[in-house]
Design a protein around this ligand. Sequence first.
Ligand code: ASP
Length: 629
Amino acid sequence: MLDFLGNLERTHYCGALRAANAGQEVVLMGWVNRRRDHGSLIFLDLRDRTGISQIVLDKELIPEGHAKGEQIRPEYVVAVVGKVRLRDAESINPKMDTGEIEIAASKLLVLNDSRLAPFSPAEEAIQNEEVRLKYRYVDLRRPEMQRNFRLRHDIALAIRENLSKQGFLEIETPILNKSTPEGARDFLVPSRVHPGEFYALPQSPQIFKQILMISGFDKYFQLARCFRDEDLRADRQLEFTQIDLEMSFAHQESVFAAAEQFMVAAFAAAGVALPAPFPRITYDESIRQYGSDKPELRLPGLIDVRPAFTDENLAALKIDPALPVVALRIPKVGELSRKEREDNHPLFDLKKGAKFIDDFKRLTKGFPEAAAKARALAGAAEGDFVIIVAGDPDHPSLIHSGTSDTKYPGRLSEREIAVYTAAGNFRTELAKKYADKHGAFGVTEQVVREADPWSGAKAVDGAAAFRPIWITDFPMFEFDPELGKWMPAHHPFTAPHEADMANLLTDPASVRANCYDLAMNGLELGSGSIRIHRKDVQQQIFKSLGISDEEAHARFGFFLDALEYGTPPHGGIALGLDRIVMLLAGAPSLREVIAFPKTAKALDVMVDAPTTVTDEQLKELHIRVALKS
Ligand code: ASP
């Protein structure tokens, strides 16, 4: 028989009681974490979101409660009235915050029972993530998950408070929307009222936030839900939350300052001191030094080892002398067998027209001087794994035969970028694989472990653990070898550098965009730009992207119109809240910091979505489903 709550009121959370509470009469409510039956004494570990208290049911003192206690199972929901008392010296548990006390129950109410869950919140997370997600309500009871969401709440609150203090207004923008081109596929929502027409869910509030600047709000922000129909990865979900902001009369510096301030506040909320201002690097330098536009700074970058090789060496090694020859170094990997090295080979992207040399013994045999010089240039110590990556002159890659080979003074060519990024991707993959050996990520794990925003302790120094970096001066266009066309590297509202405007149509590869990314620890946190605020420039950009006047009018006519009504210069940025929380929680995936995420197959296995709908619903929406057989 279950008991009713009646008007019993909770006096304390389970995690709150200490030795100082001894002697107090308390009322606790929560879930039974564990039960231990010692005959005339039954011990319950009672759990709520704050922690655990030990309850004692003594047959002599409360025979009725003790009898109920015999029936109780894990995850039953109970209320306990009792007195806090100090534990005997030998039963003090120093691992528990409440380990010095226990509650001698005088009354026990069993408020609800529970089926045996497929896993226990009292244990570590189970490996089968699908089961965790199906029974998410049980999974979320785990202290680790409770902590992640408390952290998420505090970080979001700190960001809101900080932006508000900086003068930003939070304004909501529509979810039922018109397509915004962020480069992903839209989710579409059919209109019942307008047969055959669709809303799009926002990939971002981009156009609306720009219109808010035209509307005179000056500084806008929103913790905005964004929807992108993309393939999922550990750091990607179909819907995610951006810290989205826009400001009028802004330039890059003002956006950086605003974002750095809220980032520092977000990290402080997690108990981590993040130094600002953040370092900066241009896109070209980032590619040159890390082979990536989201550089991982906790490990050595790429090193130019071209000087180690003579032209004859390169010819003999079949290396393209006109392309970069770089070394990547993963420290402390130790000697690898041939088999171990070969196991790494699938991690190298051969499509980029680059090749690699990872057998230094062999290189040393054939080219002793070059090999020694290359290792020296790479700063390699004994046991460091060094790999040379270079252009493959014989590679039949599209990039190689493409038209995008031209060099612009001071800028990297597409082929150079391809070689650098092949090296950069290999570097980050190997860094992940050999994380235990090089130990470079340990500093982050340690800071995450030590940071405790709720203890009142001083913030932990995050300078070495979290390495933010601004990437600036992106190219405006990237050559798409498959389409054989220059494509926008960002959404089409991004302003070009004023100095490069004249080349828009004649020489697209040379045009730099006035946009920027923020990366941290090899993860892109988000991007932003100074926007186009003049209709003539916006039209020109559409044209350079191959968007005809008619198409531009159909898709963005309203926006081109709005630009004509006194648009201030403006710019902004959007950073991924989920990713920031993931980093600060030390979580391996976004799914650990999103309460109800989708699986890698884009399913919500708890509610079972997506599903088919009734014929009635389809009819109302004027939709007929045509499945491929
Ligand atoms: N809307 C952009 C994005 O979602 C961010 C921005 O440019 O502010 O990436």
